[in-house]
Design a protein around this ligand. Structure first.
Ligand code: ZN
Length: 472
């Protein structure tokens, strides 16, 4: 399998540290607000990577942190504390906010068929581990105390900008946002490992440390949580491209300074989801969440399908028009699958055809997780000259990785097509609605349609008359 590696800027053959095993780390969400669908694009593509690794036989262990402390509004250690901001906004405690948005994040993931990683670790549960690593970094001369905080000294490294494409000026993030630069830093690129003399007087979460009462910086948590659960040799580290710098750059700096050798071999970065107005964010324009898409009538799996139609290393432009196009294509796929299900093919799977068509899918996915070609393989199966049982088996097989749920939905659809009986209570409501329409009481008719909808049925007027279908 070939993977693009952000460290080397090339597509490389993937070779794990231990044959047959893959250790994978993912930067988790900062749980101060809902995830927007741009954040979720990364988690969808990482989910596909993980599932494909399992599909081809690797024994995968995947770990993710939950950032519930230490992340400031600027990734360069300036600005406000995100968790505190969230707590103030909603007049709750930081831990209440953390719990609420952690649950919300996993609820969104479930709707998008994103598997929960094997280990999910909130940062607040690992304070002792952070202190242990920071203590060691100070002993080894890689960290210093200034103004009460502990900083990582980037000048001690032979190479800090490991991903290559950054300049010192990029560090002026905080300055651009009108926040004062931190004068305690010896070098512009240095970053906070532990905040003690906090500028946030009302910081809720604080812990004892050898340097006084305080709390950890954001970057240290990923290094520690990864090494604690996956050891000193990591195969793949994933994240959104935003995190490449400074977050992942800092993770590498502190991890390798601590262990004294190379830490992670492959860096998998998912590119931005943009709106037509530019980069997606929580503060600009419409706050695009899974719930918002649902409220507009989109199945979250249509969004997953939309993401899979393009490569993870390309920026993707979100618009409702683009999502509508994906929806039309998705619904057609489900309908075509439903025909295969209805065929009730008892001939069984043709092994030769299965192998030949499966190769189209694995060739696409082996080529740096090319999901767009993976989706093309789905269409190739539908067009192929083989029996319905083989086609269906292939689509089910591909869906172990793609997880767009088309076969599952098709089965439901096919079983409903065969089932002429709609429950009596639904028919009764439909009858009342017809009478209301006849009497031109459209408010009541709409109300009844809503009631029917809430009971899981859709009602629509067709040329053949009123059609009632169970919602998929
Ligand atoms: Zn991270």
């Amino acid at each position: 399998m070939k993977l693009y590696n952000s460290l080397t800027h090339t597509v490389e053959e993937f070779v794990p540290n231990e044959p047959g095993k893959v250790s994978m780390y993912t930067c988790g969400p900062t749980v101060y607000h809902f995830a927007h669908i741009g954040n979720l694009r990364s988690y969808i593509m990482e989910d596909v990577l993980e599932k494909y690794m399992r599909y081809v036989g690797y024994d995968v262990k995947r770990v993710m942190n939950i950032t519930d402390v230490g992340h400031l509004t600027s990734d360069g250690d300036t600005g406000d504390d995100k968790m505190l901001k969230g707590a103030k906004r909603e007049k709750k405690t930081v831990m209440e906010i953390a719990q609420f948005y952690t649950d919300a994040f996993f609820a969104d993931c479930a709707k998008l068929n994103i598997k929960t990683p094997d280990v999910v670790q909130p940062a607040t549960g690992c304070i002792d581990d952070f202190i242990k690593v920071i203590t060691s970094l100070i002993e080894k001369g890689y960290a210093y105390e200034a103004g009460g905080n502990i900083y990582f000294d980037t000048s001690k490294l032979s190479q800090y900008y490991v991903f290559g494409d950054f300049r010192e000026e990029d560090l002026a993030v905080g300055v651009r946002e009108g926040v004062e630069a931190d004068s305690n830093k010896k070098n512009k690129a240095d970053f906070v490992l532990w905040f003690t003399k906090s500028k946030f007087d009302d910081q809720e979460l604080k812990w004892d440390s050898p340097w006084g009462v305080g709390y950890p910086g954001w970057h240290i948590e990923c290094s520690c949580i990864s090494m604690k659960n996956l050891g000193e040799y990591l195969d793949i580290h994933c994240g959104g491209i935003d995190n490449q710098f400074p977050h992942h750059t800092n993770e590498i700096a502190q991890s390798e300074a601590y262990i004294g050798h190379k830490w992670c071999n492959y860096w998998f970065h998912v590119h931005h989801l943009n709106t037509t107005g530019g980069k997606m964010s929580k503060s600009k324009g419409e706050f695009l969440t899974v719930s918002l898409l649902e409220s507009k009538g989109y199945d979250p799996l249509v969004y997953r399908f939309f993401c899979l139609q393009s490569h993870y290393r390309k920026s993707l432009v979100f618009s409702y028009e683009n999502l509508d196009n994906a929806k039309v294509a998705y619904d057609k796929l489900v309908a075509r699958c439903a025909q295969l299900v209805s065929a009730n093919d008892t001939a069984g799977v043709n092994a030769d055809d299965f192998a030949k068509l499966k190769a189209l899918f694995t060739n696409a996915m082996d080529d740096d997780v090319n999901t767009s070609n993976g989706i093309t393989a789905v269409y190739d199966v539908l067009k192929a000259d083989t029996n319905p049982a083989t086609k269906l088996a292939l689509l089910e097989d591909f869906d172990k990785v793609l997880s767009i749920g088309i076969v599952e939905k098709a089965k439901k659809l096919a079983s409903e097509d065969n089932q002429s009986d709609v429950p009596a209570d639904i028919l009764e409501l439909a009858q009342k609605r017809a009478e209301a329409r006849k009497a031109k009481n459209f408010a009541l008719a709409d109300e009844l349609r809503e009631q029917i909808s809430q009971m899981g049925y859709a009602i629509e007027e067709t040329r053949q008359g009123t059609k009632i279908t169970k919602k998929v």
